[in-house]
Design a protein around this ligand. Structure first.
Ligand code: SF4
Length: 108
């Protein structure tokens, strides 16, 4: 198994999201942010990115999230997406980051 993202992406069936997850979880080398459905939804709602394509969302996130946080940010997005910022009926009134969120500020 290659331990760099370019070689991982060159493997059949491995996209950038999976390569980022492998780099983080298998090699403990976070080099990017895996944009899954939670990361995409939350990034769009908060206003971190207006893009719909995962690779473009990742580039927007990499501009604002320091590398020291790459390791934790995916887990935070997933946790927040499963528990609070759910796809249907996000629990905005209980959200600890609502005052920073475009979706909340534009829909209250
Ligand atoms: S305020 Fe609502 S839309 Fe914004 S991050 Fe929180 S749960 Fe998601």
């Amino acid at each position: 198994m290659p331990n760099n993202i370019d070689d991982l992406i060159s493997l059949a069936g491995i996209g950038r999201k999976s390569a980022n997850v492998i780099m983080l979880e298998a090699f403990n080398m976070p080099v990017g942010i895996a944009v899954d459905t939670h990361v995409k939804r939350i990034s769009n709602r908060i206003g971190f990115s207006n893009e719909s394509e995962p690779s473009k969302i990742e580039q927007d996130l990499l501009k604002i999230i320091p590398p020291a946080y790459y390791k934790d940010v995916n887990h935070l997005f997933i946790w927040h997406g499963r528990n609070t910022c759910t796809a249907r009926s996000p629990k905005c009134s209980n959200c600890p980051i609502k005052k920073y969120c475009n979706y909340y500020l534009n829909n209250v």
